[in-house]
Design a protein around this ligand. Structure first.
Ligand code: PMP
Length: 428
C-alpha cells in the first residue's frame, strides 16, 4: 500500500502535521509516564508461581533419588530437574545440564569457552584472528552483546517470515571458516515472534560448516510460550540432525525465566554427547555444583511437561489480551496509511514494528518526550545499527491493559507525526 502522506497535497499534509502536532502537545501536557520497553512478565504473571515458594520448607526432604540437594554434588543438576528440562526441550535427559538461573549465563559461558579454550579440540578463537558470528536481525540484543563483548564480529542476517535467510546463512557458514556461530531463537523469536519453518530447521541441520568449530546456538527461550488459539509447531532440531546423520552441530538452551520467575528460574543446556562432555568440563572450572533448591522447588511445582503446559495456559490467559490490544490499536490507527507493518505473533513476548525508512529513532525519541519509554531504536540489530532505521520492539506484557492502551494510542500518534514529517521533508 502506498504511503498516504506521500500522496497528499502539500496543503493537506501540512494540515495533518499541524493536527497531529496539536495532539502530541496535548499528550505532553498530561505528563504521562508509561513503559513499553521491558520484555518482562507482569506482576500478575509472576504471582502465578508464588505457590512454588511454599513447597520448600525446613521439613522438605532434601533428596532427589540418590542425589543430595543440600550439599555439593550432582554437577549436571538434579536428576528430576534434568528430566523436566529434557521434556521441555524434547530431548534425552542424558545430555542435559541444568545449572543456575539464567540461560544467558550459560550461553555466555559456552561462547566464552570457545573463545578462550576452543571448541572440539580446535584452536581457541582468540588465537584464530578475527572470527565472525551470524546474527539474524531483528534479534535479541543481549545475544549480540555476548559475542561483541569478546571482539567477535557480528554479521546481521535478514529475518524472513519463516526464519533467517537460509541462502545467506548457508553461503557464509559453508564458505567462510572464520564464521564460528549463529544466534537463533527458533520459536516465537525475540522480537519478531517468528517460528522457524520445518524447511529452515532442516536446512540448519544439513549445514556443512567450513569451520569444524562452528556451532548453532539454538536459544529456545520461548518454546512453551504460546498464547494463541494454536501453538506454532517447531521441528525438533536434534530430530532433524538425526535424520541427516549429523551430530556436534547444535547447542540448545532454555530456562524457566518466563515460566516461573525471571532471574530465579532454572536454566539448561543440551547438545551432542561429545559437545556436552566438553561443556561439563568447562562448567566444572567455575562450578562445584549448581544451586539445587530452586531446581527441587521447580520440580515439585511444575512436575512435568503437562504441568508446565497447564501453568503456561494461565500465562496465556493474561498475555493474550495484551497482544490482541496491540493488534487492534495498530490496525485501527495505522493499517490504512501504508506507513507501517508489524508482526502478529502467536507466542513469545514481543511485536516487531517497522515504520518508514529513517523513522525508528525519531519515533522512539518522540515517545520519550511524550512520556512513554520504548526499547531504544536499533537495539534489535548488531551494534545497535539498524541499517534502515525502521525497527521498533514493542513489549506489551508488563504494563496493565489500561496503561498499554494509553501507550499504544500515543504510539500511533507518534508514528503518524514522524511519518508525516518525513514525507514533508522529502518535498522541502
Ligand atoms: N533468550 C531470549 C531470546 C530472551 O528473550 C531472554 C530474555 N527474556 C533470555 C534468553 C534470557 O533468559 P534468562 O533469564 O534465562 O537468562
Amino acid at each position: 500500500m502506498a504511503n498516504v502522506y506521500e500522496d497528499m497535497t502539500t496543503e493537506a499534509l501540512d494540515a495533518e502535521i499541524e493536527h497531529l502536532q496539536k495532539q502530541a502537545d496535548e499528550i505532553r501536557a498530561q505528563n504521562v509516564s508509561l513503559d513499553m520497553a521491558r520484555g518482562k512478565p507482569s506482576a500478575e504473571q509472576t504471582a502465578l508461581a508464588r505457590p512454588m515458594l511454599d513447597l520448600l520448607t525446613s521439613e522438605t526432604k532434601l533428596e532427589d533419588g540418590a542425589a543430595i540437594v543440600d550439599n555439593y554434588g550432582t554437577p549436571d543438576g538434579l536428576p528430576s530437574a534434568r528430566a523436566l528440562a529434557a521434556q521441555i526441550l524434547g530431548v534425552e535427559p542424558a545430555n542435559i545440564v541444568v545449572s543456575g538461573s539464567s540461560s544467558l549465563n550459560l550461553m555466555h559461558d559456552v561462547v566464552t569457552h570457545g573463545f578462550t579454550n576452543g571448541v572440539a579440540g580446535n584452536k581457541p578463537w582468540c588465537q584464530q584472528g578475527q572470527v565472525k558470528w551470524l546474527c539474524p536481525a531483528p534479534g535479541y540484543d543481549r545475544h549480540f552483546t555476548v559475542t561483541a563483548h569478546l571482539g567477535i564480529k557480528n554479521i546481521p542476517v535478514p529475518m524472513h517470515e519463516d526464519g533467517p535467510d537460509m541462502d545467506m546463512v548457508q553461503r557464509l557458514v559453508e564458505s567462510d571458516p572464520s564464521v564460528k556461530g549463529i544466534w537463533c531463537v527458533p520459536k516465537y523469536a525475540n522480537p519478531t515472534g517468528v517460528t522457524y519453518s520445518d524447511e529452515v530447521v532442516r536446512r540448519f541441520a544439513s549445514l556443512k560448516p567450513a569451520a569444524p568449530d562452528f556451532r548453532i546456538y539454538w536459544d529456545n527461550a520461548y518454546c512453551v510460550h504460546g498464547f494463541g488459539e494454536k501453538d506454532d509447531a517447531l521441528l525438533n532440531v536434534f530430530d532433524a540432525l538425526a535424520d541427516v546423520g549429523a551430530t556436534d552441530l547444535v547447542y540448545e538452551f532454555g530456562s524457566t525465566a518466563k515460566v516461573t520467575f525471571p532471574s530465579s528460574g532454572i536454566a539448561f543446556v543440551t547438545a551432542s554427547a561429545s559437545d556436552m562432555a566438553e561443556v561439563r568440563k568447562a562448567f566444572g572450572v567455575s562450578r562445584v555444583s549448581p544451586e539445587k533448591f530452586s531446581q527441587l522447588a521447580h520440580v515439585l511445582f511444575l512436575k512435568d511437561l503437562d504441568g508446565v503446559k497447564a501453568h503456561m495456559a494461565k500465562h496465556a490467559a493474561i498475555v493474550a489480551p495484551r497482544f490482541a490490544l496491540v493488534e487492534q490499536k495498530l490496525t485501527d490507527g495505522l493499517a490504512d496509511l501504508g506507513i507501517a507493518k508489524w508482526t502478529h505473533p502467536h507466542g513469545g513476548y514481543f511485536v516487531s514494528f517497522d515504520g518508514p525508512e529513517g523513522s525508528a529513532r525519531k519515533i522512539v525519541a518522540l515517545m520519550s518526550e511524550l512520556g512513554v519509554k520504548l526499547t531504544p531504536a536499533g537495539a534489535t540489530w548488531p551494534y545497535g545499527d539498524d541499517p534502515h532505521d525502521t525497527n521498533i520492539r514493542i513489549a506489551p506484557t508488563y504494563p496493565s491493559l489500561e496503561e498499554l492502551g494509553q501507550a499504544l494510542d500515543i504510539f500511533v500518534i507518534a508514528v503518524r507525526l514522524v511519518s508525516a514529517r518525513l514525507a514533508r521533508a522529502k518535498r522541502a
